[in-house]
Design a protein around this ligand. Structure first.
Ligand code: FES
Ligand code: FES
Length: 246
């Protein structure tokens, strides 16, 4: 008796002797595939479950003392708090503005021991012991600084959002120029820049963006203070020995 007939569908008039062989082939191929996959499946089931991801516990706040505009502020800060957030959210000094929060616009410029910095790019805990000056500290005893008055006289702002940063930056700019610091447009960096040209001012203020486009008037205001022009600029000079008023 033929083995073909054992597997042949008796109801199928078109069945041929090759069909049972083909069926056996498919069955054995399927079995081989199952056997081949089995070790992998066992490996999957036997792999111990990964431990739960470690979540770093937050570092608790600690007291941080910042000297801002001549006044000491002791704030409870986590180490990750930026100087900008410490000033605005913890010390309540909202004059310093948050624009981009990533060092690109200059709205957050403040002075740290007279140097201008982007307060969004630095941590508050790094500035203990320094004298921080914000726009609120540029005026002395209620009298606007020469730069503040020059900005008003020269109409150097529109919406004013960038203005605190512009004022801090411009104030430090004059001190940097007077101390002989070169810029990238200084013709010979081995020597003090001969004069504070408009190109020098523009370059040195290039880290402060003004979306209202008040640049021409900002340059005019900075130049006026540098040259001592205008009745207001004679009221007080910029004193590098007083970083809280620099
Ligand atoms: S907010 Fe700091 S540079 Fe823009
Ligand atoms: S005055 Fe509006 S962004 Fe400068």
């Amino acid at each position: 008796m033929s083995t073909h007939n054992e597997c042949q569908d008796p109801g199928d008039p078109d069945a041929t002797p090759q069909q049972p062989a083909r069926r056996r082939f498919l069955q054995s191929a399927a079995a081989a595939a199952t056997v081949g996959a089995a070790p992998h499946l066992r490996a999957q089931t036997q792999t111990p479950a990964a431990p739960p991801a470690q979540i770093n516990p937050s570092v608790p706040p600690r007291p941080v003392t910042l000297t801002v505009n001549g006044r000491a502020y002791t704030l409870q800060l986590e180490p990750r708090v930026t100087l900008l957030d410490a000033l605005r959210e913890y010390a309540g000094l909202m004059g310093t503005k948050k624009g981009c929060d990533r060092g690109q616009c200059g709205a957050c410029t403040v002075l740290a021991d007279g140097r201008r910095i982007n307060s969004c790019l630095t941590l508050a805990v790094m500035h203990e012991g320094e004298n921080i000056t914000t726009v609120e500290g540029l005026a002395a005893n209620g009298v606007l600084s020469p730069m503040q008055r020059a900005f008003i006289e020269h109409d150097a702002f529109q919406c004013g959002y960038c203005t605190p940063g512009q004022l801090c930056s411009a104030t430090a700019l004059l001190n940097e120029f007077r101390s002989g610091t070169a810029s990238t447009v200084t013709a010979d960096v081995r020597h003090r820049p001969a004069q504070l040209s408009d190109d020098e001012i523009r370059e040195r203020m290039s880290g402060n963006i003004c979306r209202c486009g008040a640049y021409a008037n900002i340059v005019a205001a900075v130049r006026a203070v540098h040259e001592g022009r205008g009745a207001s600029s004679a009221a007080s000079g910029i004193d590098t020995a007083r970083p809280d008023n620099a």
